[in-house]
Write a protein that binds this ligand. Structure first.
Ligand SMILES: Cc1cc2nc3c(=O)[nH]c(=O)nc-3n(C[C@H](O)[C@H](O)[C@H](O)COP(=O)(O)OP(=O)(O)OC[C@H]3O[C@@H](n4cnc5c(N)ncnc54)[C@H](O)[C@@H]3O)c2cc1C
Ligand SMILES: *[C@@H]1O[C@H](CO)[C@@H](O)[C@H](O)[C@H]1NC(C)=O
Ligand SMILES: *[C@@H]1O[C@H](CO)[C@@H](O)[C@H](O)[C@H]1NC(C)=O
Ligand SMILES: *[C@@H]1O[C@H](CO)[C@@H](O)[C@H](O)[C@H]1NC(C)=O
Ligand SMILES: *[C@@H]1O[C@H](CO)[C@@H](O)[C@H](O)[C@H]1NC(C)=O
Ligand SMILES: *[C@@H]1O[C@H](CO)[C@@H](O)[C@H](O)[C@H]1NC(C)=O
Ligand SMILES: *[C@@H]1O[C@H](CO)[C@@H](O)[C@H](O)[C@H]1NC(C)=O
Ligand SMILES: *[C@@H]1O[C@H](CO)[C@@H](O)[C@H](O)[C@H]1NC(C)=O
Ligand SMILES: *[C@@H]1O[C@H](CO)[C@@H](O)[C@H](O)[C@H]1NC(C)=O
Length: 602
């Protein structure tokens, strides 16, 4: 399937076809059958009197072993189930071009991701209210986290395994669609025990349940997996498969949305009347172009990279960007695509050389991951570091505002940065994550301040193809935090107790102490990180839920500003980068959005 073939056929007019006139009319049209899209398909079609169309560019993959097999992740990467994007050259990272995976099938990126279920922290969600979302708080979102969740308890009878898999039952859901649980390899093994002891002896904490709203410390995270069938529990399996037979739910697979059909609705509602979404233009698998009409709403769930492009292709976006793409602006909304954020990691690779027996003893090795706060990371330097960040915020705000093509004013950007700094230093939320293993480890800044963007390309073969720019390393704060995280990673792995569980004569192959000495300066560290960094693929924020004058694209009920009958529900609405891993949050947001949408049903 190539886009050029689609395009070629799309110019044919749909003069006469056998389908009845109203066959392509639905109450709701969901664009993108991915992680969020499947949630909406399920919840919106719950009432038989409501008709729903789900449009997905890729196929269904329920029996595809590249998706089903939980480990290793990555079996579907680079295949036809992966959009397999690349970034634009990264201006602050020696122009490196990075691969961006994204699922292209029903279930979307949840069919190809790492399956980790780890929520953001309570203070982060609470801080969204400052951004304009006064109805948002951890307490108000927690019921939706629980609604989506089917927490499976370990069936392994070994008492030790069960004891270590501790959890706070009040924050979990046990009857929702997304099955998750711990792996079978819960017993910590020699490496995990040494890590746990070392971690705590260095003054850091053990976290009995990192999904409780506080993820600080070393802990065990669950994964999105059916622990009985031992298969990946993606969004399609959780939300779409159980309702696949509903006659009022029509999934258009292998069908690509081109743009939204907008009615500028000038007359009736006075001069301030909104532009109304009336449907979606798609390319059917036959190659024919078709308008699907919506009686209630169109909901974009095409993900962080494609949702902005679909808005832009429909004339909703920054007028100067639209003009460059020769698109007539219909709704000036400069925030579209303007606030993409992602995390990047640095790997330490060890020359582990294990015999099968010592491998099992060491690698049966949970826990492996931890989160740390600024206070923990900077210790006695904390006050100096905090003062420096506050002093840098005005300049950072100018840099970010300029890079946003005017979408976010300097003042708004300053407020956003101050809210972040308050999370770091007052609320003491985690700002970095580390994972440890016998083959090395990695670490990443969980709440970076660097901010990128994603806009539609003008590629004639795929007009909404995204130009992805995470702008890694744009602001020095991120580098400083990453440098400290990497030192901590090395310190833990080199501690005598942990080192004793690794194979003898283990050395760090990459980056290695000759390339990156322990006392390396920040510029030297920067050059090394620029060369070895990799995306974490937690990109959010490209259609942010924020005040309109702060570069927002949707209000707190997911409605696109300046429009009627149009919402965005996917990772792009997450207004700023978060701790944890996005799917937990996306499931909760989509559950909430479904209620918001049905409440407004005409
Ligand atoms: C390699 C990798 C590992 C990850 N690991 C984890 C992890 O361990 N835990 C975690 O929580 N998160 C992880 N993530 C992130 C997480 O999976 C994503 O943030 C999340 O799945 C995004 O959900 P979404 O609904 O926003 O978009 P998606 O799930 O990507 O859905 C978008 C859908 O829209 C479709 N689409 C796009 N454009 C069109 C169009 N024009 N017409 C029709 N259909 C269209 C796409 O094909 C896709 O199915 C990982 C991501 C990657 C890439
Ligand atoms: C969708 O495309 C896939 C190939 O990617 C093909 O195997 C499948 O049969 C198609 N399904 C439909 C419904 O067109
Ligand atoms: C998967 O394949 C099996 C065996 O062919 C079949 O019984 C089952 O219905 C398939 N499941 C789905 C969801 O297609
Ligand atoms: C995916 O993209 C990478 C570049 O990032 C490229 O090397 C690879 O060939 C691509 N895979 C496919 C199947 O196109
Ligand atoms: C930047 O990238 C170029 C091309 O890949 C490479 O030759 C050069 O050594 C890199 N510079 C640094 C400082 O790493
Ligand atoms: C780690 O240590 C804590 C407290 O000392 C303990 O409660 C926990 O069970 C340990 N975890 C593992 C996996 O050993
Ligand atoms: C989170 O947990 C850590 C470790 O138990 C504790 O020190 C810290 O105060 C907690 N933070 C918040 C915001 O509750
Ligand atoms: C529009 O294109 C011009 C000419 O290439 C360029 O200078 C300008 O920066 C572009 N504007 C935006 C907002 O991208
Ligand atoms: C790091 O230490 C080495 C000696 O161990 C010394 O030669 C070098 O100058 C130091 N570098 C910095 C940046 O301090």
């Amino acid at each position: 399937m190539t886009f050029s073939r689609f395009l070629h056929l799309s110019v044919l007019t749909v003069a006469a076809h056998a389908t009845p006139l109203n066959a392509f009319e639905y109450d709701y049209i969901i664009v993108g059958g991915g992680t969020a899209g499947c949630v909406l398909a399920n919840r919106l079609s719950a009432s038989p009197s409501v008709s729903v169309a789900l449009i997905e560019a890729g196929p269904t993959v329920f029996n595809d072993s590249r998706v089903l097999i939980p480990s290793p992740a990555g079996l579907a990467w680079g295949t036809e189930l992966d959009w397999n994007y690349t970034t634009i050259p990264q201006a602050y990272a020696n122009n490196s071009v990075l691969t961006y995976h994204a699922g292209r099938d029903v279930g979307g990126t949840s069919t190809i991701n790492g399956m980790v279920y780890l929520r953001p922290t309570a203070d982060e969600i609470d801080s969204w209210s400052v951004l304009g979302n006064t109805g948002f708080s951890w307490d108000s979102l927690l019921p939706y986290f629980k609604k989506s969740e089917h927490f499976q308890l370990p069936t392994d009878p070994r008492p030790r395994a069960i004891a270590e898999a501790s959890y706070e039952s009040s924050v979990h859901g046990f009857i929702g669609p997304v099955k998750l649980g711990w792996g079978n390899d819960l017993a910590p093994g020699v490496f995990g025990q040494a890590l746990n002891t070392t971690w705590q002896s260095l003054g850091f904490s053990w976290n009995a349940d990192p999904n409780s709203g506080n993820n600080t410390g070393l802990g065990l995270f669950p994964i999105e997996k059916d622990t009985v069938l031992q298969i990946r529990q993606d969004s399609a399996r959780s939300y779409y498969l159980p309702v696949i037979g509903r006659p009022n739910l029509h999934a258009f697979t292998n069908t690509t949305a081109l743009d939204i059909n907008l009615d500028s609705g000038k007359s009736h509602h006075g001069p301030k009347s909104a532009v109304v979404a009336k449907g979606v233009n798609v390319i059917l698998p036959s190659g024919r172009k078709q308008l699907l009409r919506s009686k209630q709403e169109v909901i974009l769930s095409a993900g962080t990279y494609r949702t902005p492009g679909l808005l832009e292709r429909s004339g909703i976006g920054n007028p100067s960007i639209l003009r460059n793409l020769s698109i007539a602006p219909k709704v000036p909304l400069p925030g579209v695509g303007a606030h993409l954020q992602d995390q990047w990691l640095v790997n330490a690779v060890y020359n582990a050389n294990f015999t099968p027996t010592s491998f099992v003893a060491s690698y049966n090795a949970k826990p492996l991951s931890a989160s740390v706060t600024a206070a923990e990371l900077f210790g006695s330097d904390l006050d100096t570091v905090a003062a420096q960040l506050y002093a840098d915020i005005p300049a950072y705000a100018r840099t970010l505002s300029e890079a946003s093509n005017g979408a976010i004013s300097v003042q708004a950007q300053e407020q956003i940065l101050l809210t972040r700094a308050s999370l770091f230093f007052d609320k003491k939320v985690a700002i970095g994550a580390l994972t440890f293993g016998i083959f090395g480890g990695n670490c990443w800044v969980t709440l970076p301040l660097s901010t990128g963007n994603v806009h539609s390309s003008s590629d004639p073969s795929d007009p909404s193809k995204p130009l992805i720019n995470p702008n890694f390393l744009q602001l020095p704060w991120d580098l400083l935090v990453q440098q400290r995280l990497f030192s901590l990673l090395r310190r833990v792995l080199a501690s005598p107790l942990v080192a004793a569980t690794l194979s003898p004569n283990t050395i760090e192959l990459s980056p290695g102490y000759s390339l990156l000495p322990a006392n390396a300066s920040l510029p030297q560290t920067t050059a090394v990180f620029q060369a070895i960094l990799a995306p974490v693929w937690h990109a959010v924020g490209s259609a942010g839920m924020r005040k309109r004058e702060w570069g927002g694209v949707v209000d707190e009920e997911f409605r696109v500003y300046g429009t009627k009958g149009l919402r965005v529900v996917d990772a792009s609405v997450v207004p700023v980068e978060v701790n944890g891993n996005p799917t937990s949050l996306i499931y909760a947001l989509a559950e909430k959005a479904a209620e918001d949408i049905l409440r407004d049903c005409k």
